[in-house]
Ligand binder design. Structure first.
Ligand SMILES: *Cc1c(COP(=O)(O)O)cnc(C)c1O
Length: 357
């Protein structure tokens, strides 16, 4: 599928210098936004196809005050990473999955979406145009943020007449810089992230602002993040604000099924496969809070964090701690395989790695 991508590299203005990486302090990368040189923009009208996009200097965009995305939240986002490897290659991890997920989300939000090939080509162009921002091996990655937005004006609650597919990128450090950032999760029993029949299973931009209040409140009380429960019974574990959760019990991995209210993470899907390859039994089923509290290990997965252990969980005043420093933990074993495949130290037998140039 990838072989027939039309390589329509837009001309990159010659002012882009790739020889000034020395100016970037790779040892002090943040985990926040650092603006880069270029962004990719492609527009299309309703009922049309996305045809040709272009790279333009990173900057503000102009929008109608009546844009559907501003008034009604018609938009989806994606998150992926470009890595520089020791072997000199620049790579993406399973970009087809992100392209397909954006398609599913676009359908849910009544938007046209770029084809899988177009999506991947645009991501590659964005990464290449910002190549000097891709951190050296081991120092981090270029986080890539594709957006699909209803940018045309509409007064009634109906799909926008025009859409914009936009991609920007920002260098981020590895989440596990100092190797100790285990998550202390607060089990949220007041706010829900997603409801049955809602849009919790797509990366709709509307899913994230409602999570800010519970997350800030948890952070103010010393927690790293919140863990949401199902909105129907409030008994089963769903996911963290922007990553999926697994528990380990007696050599079996458990993770909640992605049926409607949980975001189907690419990392989640990959970790399930890696765990099965290592001979673990993986069950996708509902997990009661009590099971979480009695688990041997718990960990979270997501593009931004990778695979990160849960150090503690607090539920209705009760705090449970898990062992994390053990290098023989299931979590650290899965993490090292996941990273090994990405950085090329483990052979990619699954076709997960896509080279950028
Ligand atoms: C993006 C996201 C994830 C993780 O998905 P990945 O594809 O692994 O990055 C998990 N949960 C939510 C709510 C998310 O938005």
């Amino acid at each position: 599928m990838l072989s027939n991508i039309v390589s329509s590299m837009a001309a990159i203005p010659s002012s882009v210098s790739s020889g000034c990486s020395q100016e970037i302090d790779w040892n002090n990368l943040r985990f926040g936004l650092t603006t880069t040189d270029y962004m990719y923009v492609m527009k299309c009208s309703k009922d049309e196809e996305f045809t040709e996009g272009q790279l333009i200097p990173y900057g503000n965009i102009e929008l109608s005050p009546a844009a559907a995305v501003l008034n009604y939240g018609q938009g989806v986002l994606e998150g992926m990473k470009a890595l520089q490897r020791e072997d000199g290659k620049f790579v993406l991890f399973r970009p087809v999955e992100n392209a397909l997920r954006m398609k599913t989300g676009a359908e849910r939000m009544c938007m046209p979406s770029p084809s899988v090939d177009h999506f991947i080509d645009a991501v590659k162009q964005t990464a290449l145009a910002n190549k000097r921002w891709i951190p050296p091996p081991g120092k981090g990655s270029l986080y890539i943020r594709p957006l699909l937005l209803g940018t045309g004006p509409t007064l009634d609650v109906s799909p926008a007449p025009e859409y914009t597919f936009l991609i920007y990128a920002t260098p981020v450090r590895n989440y596990f810089q100092e190797g100790s950032a285990a998550l202390n999760l607060y089990v949220e029993d007041q706010f829900d992230r997603a409801s049955r029949g809602g849009a919790g299973d797509v990366k709709s931009i509307t899913n994230y602002a409602p999570g800010m209040k519970p997350k800030i409140s948890a952070k103010n009380r010393g927690f790293s993040d919140v863990l949401y429960l199902d909105s129907v019974s409030g008994k089963f574990v769903e996911e963290v604000s922007s990553c999926n959760i697994f528990i380990v019990k007696d050599k079996t991995l458990l993770t909640p099924p992605t049926k409607g209210t949980i975001l189907p993470g690419v990392t989640r899907k990959s970790i399930i496969e890696i765990a099965q390859d290592h001979g673990f039994k993986v069950e996708e089923r509902q997990i009661a809070v009590e099971e979480l509290l009695e688990a041997d290990e718990a960990f979270c997965t997501g593009t931004a964090v990778g695979v990160v252990p849960v150090g503690s969980v607090t539920y209705q005043g009760k705090r449970v701690e898990y062992r994390i420093s053990d290098t023989k933990s299931v979590c650290s074993m899965l993490l090292s395989t996941y990273i090994g495949i990405q950085n090329g130290q483990i052979e990619d037998k699954k076709g997960w790695i896509v080279e950028i140039s």
